[in-house]
Ligand binder design. Sequence first.
Ligand code: DC
Length: 247
Amino acid sequence: MVSPVRGALAARFALGYSPAVITPIVAIDGPAGAGKSTVARQLARRLGFTMIDTGAIYRSVALAARRGGVAWDDDAGLGKLLDGGLGLVFREERVILRDHDVTEAIRTPEISRGASVVSARPVVRERLLGLQRELGLSAARGAVLEGRDIGTIVFPEAQVKFFLTASDEARAQRRYAELSEKGIAVNLTDVLADQRSRDKDDSERTIAPLRAAPDAIRVDTTGIDLDTVVERCFQEASARLQQLRQA
Ligand code: DC
């Protein structure tokens, strides 16, 4: 069977494109709260690329399962749910699942836990791999994908890879501020405990655990203003993409 990525690449070669003009991919991986979303969004904007939040895809699976009465660890049920396609569309900064705007609904602490559970199921990861690759390769000018395994599994051939980290406390503080700003009532201690438990699950699972790719640029964002991080990533990414264009 031809994988979706091979299929997409083959189609481009058939159209006469050379490998040098294949959609540029920037991978941003790291644990929750390291600033990935903000950095990915702003970096994509500055590069003129499409931003793809892959965590939102796993969150949407958790929400679709909850709404469909499928347990988060029911592999057969999850497989069936995904067989018909997830029905997920990113429209501007909104996430639309089966014609419903779920942008806020996928951000609750309950769905965060569900996303962590479903993301450890091989049946889910396998089915979402092709979708993530297609979203990346079909971006008009290039794509910035943020997640946990973009530089290692989804796009090991990405032209630019960043791995963002920060201390536990700094990450929990950011997540807390983000949730409070959205009007979601939480307390910092719970956010920190929840984050530690999800970090443990995400890095200890056997399939696609959270790991930095060997060729990723590591950025510790503890105590650094995210605008400064964006500027640094932008400089690095532009320089690398420029080099590749000239190669
Ligand atoms: O980044 P986030 O918190 O929105 O991600 C939600 C969950 O999905 C989190 O538990 C990690 C998981 N995830 C993953 O396993 N692989 C990805 N590429 C993105 C997210």
